[in-house]
Design a protein around this ligand. Structure first.
Ligand SMILES: [Zn+2]
Length: 462
């Protein structure tokens, strides 16, 4: 094989893909677009069949949309989503990495580096799967689209959003959209040997507001009872004391129903008597942040400023609050509640950053979900497929304008703690797990897109 860009094995391709520093930033001028372009060229030289048989379009600056035309005009397509950008590595954490984050070192059964889990492992395994299917002469009945955005980590407005708009303008309505978001998680609960395959059916909304207290200035030698900073402090205290209510929504209830029969007896009694459950959740959701994040709209005061000099009364004090909204909430209803809780006319509430309502919730009563669930069970018989609420944001939400069947899952394995590696230090993906990802996508495409013609049925008896 020729060229320094060429890799042989799948894991070698993943390793090389990590070396492209495709870091996205809120400020697009900081992005290294030539690096993204080099990454796209790398894909082109390593997936020759994909680039021969699929139609490729560049959307935005460097986002990619591929179309593998199916034999049937009527069958709703499959859309597989991943992203090529990664989050930066904090310079002060560099020395904590076992292997440098952008070297893509293969060692001890893992590929190491930024993007292995989020999201190049996924992107490369999708391309591996399609390349393998093309090699064996597979012809899909449904069209398969691949969408690789350039800026998922900063909102997806230049990548996924544009791709979704383009597909919409062409009247394309996928019957299944699959993006990252859920994983194969081992919760390590004694007596509970199953893996949870969390399939994200919705994602929380995102809202950033400023609380602004304004006051007359003046000399600090004759202060009023409260300065602007004091007023602001009281507002923050109220907000942190009176949390948004925790609610067991439809998604959480469906998840509990799925887990119930598999739960060891000692937990079942405590978790699934309705009174005990609501008591348990009320207490736990206040003290266990990950649980609270699943059950309520959260508020986090993240920045604060005010005052200019030690002996001058501040005219303004400002606190930034980031909220994540539960389905059912809207930016408007959340702001109204914040105002009610603060109950102070001297403090105004202003939108100061991104304001996005929660995504639509996809129904699990669709062909898309049923085939996805079956595929997960076939590949991972020890897993329970559980619908869940994604608490972060993914590109998936942009695609809800073109499909009612948008899900967030990839079979990356690990404990809850392992999942934190994704944006953290020593991000890595085991080669065994990477191969499971490839096998999963091959199976999913066959299960969802194989032609039902009799001669094909013999080839793909699923
Ligand atoms: Zn991601």
């Amino acid at each position: 094989m020729g060229g320094p860009n060429q890799a042989n094995s799948a894991e070698e391709k993943l390793s090389k893909s990590i070396r492209f520093r495709t870091v996205s930033f809120e400020d697009p001028s900081r992005e290294d677009i030539p690096e993204f372009k080099a990454f796209c060229a790398f894909l082109e030289s390593n997936y020759p069949l994909v680039h021969k048989h699929l139609k490729k379009e560049v959307v935005g600056d460097v986002s990619l949309l591929y179309e593998w035309r199916g034999s049937s005009e009527n069958a709703g397509p499959l859309l597989l989503v991943a992203h090529m950008d990664v989050v930066p590595v904090e310079p002060q954490t560099l020395t904590d990495w076992t292997h440098p984050p952008f070297d893509g070192v293969i060692s001890r059964g893992y590929v190491w580096g930024r993007g292995t889990m989020d999201c190049k492992g996924l992107l490369i395994s999708i391309l591996e799967a399609v390349e393998a299917l093309l090699r064996e002469g597979f012809n899909p009945e449904r069209s398969v689209f691949l969408a690789f955005g350039q800026d998922e980590e900063v909102g997806g407005l230049r990548g996924a959003k544009k791709i979704a708009e383009l597909l919409e303008s062409r009247g394309i309505r996928p019957e299944l959209v699959l993006d990252e978001g859920g994983a194969l998680v081992d919760f390590g609960i004694p007596g509970f040997r199953k893996l949870i395959a969390g399939v994200g059916v919705a994602e929380k909304g995102y809202l950033t507001i400023d609380l602004v207290a304004r006051a007359k200035g003046g000399h600090s030698s004759m202060p009023p009872r409260h300065t602007a900073i004091g007023v602001l402090a009281r507002a923050i205290t109220r907000l942190e004391k009176r949390l948004f209510p925790s609610t067991m929504g439809a998604i959480q209830a469906a998840a509990f129903e799925k887990i119930k029969p598999e739960t060891p007896l000692y937990l079942r009694a405590a978790l699934f008597s309705p009174r005990l459950t609501s008591f348990f959740l009320r207490i736990a959701s206040r003290w266990v942040p990950p649980l609270g994040a699943m059950l309520r709209t959260t508020t986090a005061v993240t920045m604060v400023s005010g005052g200019t000099k030690d002996n001058v009364l501040p005219q303004e004090a400002r606190a930034t609050v980031n909220l994540r909204l539960l389905p059912g909430e809207t930016c408007q209803s959340a702001i109204e509640r914040v105002r009610r809780v603060i109950k102070d006319r001297r403090v105004s509430v202003e939108i100061s950053g991104m304001a996005e309502n929660p995504s639509k919730t996809s129904s699990t009563d669709t062909t898309g979900f049923m085939v996805l669930e079956r595929t997960i069970r076939e590949c991972f018989p020890e897993a329970i497929v559980v619908p869940y609420l994604v608490i972060g944001m993914t590109d998936a939400r942009h695609y809800s304008r073109i499909s009612d069947s948008v899900f967030r899952f990839s079979p990356i394995r690990g404990s809850i703690k392992d999942m934190e590696l994704a944006h953290g230090t020593n991000e890595r993906l085991s080669i065994d797990n990477f191969k499971e990802l490839i096998a999963f996508f091959i199976r999913l495409i066959k299960n969802f897109c194989a032609s039902p013609a009799p001669h094909q049925k013999n080839h793909y008896p699923y």
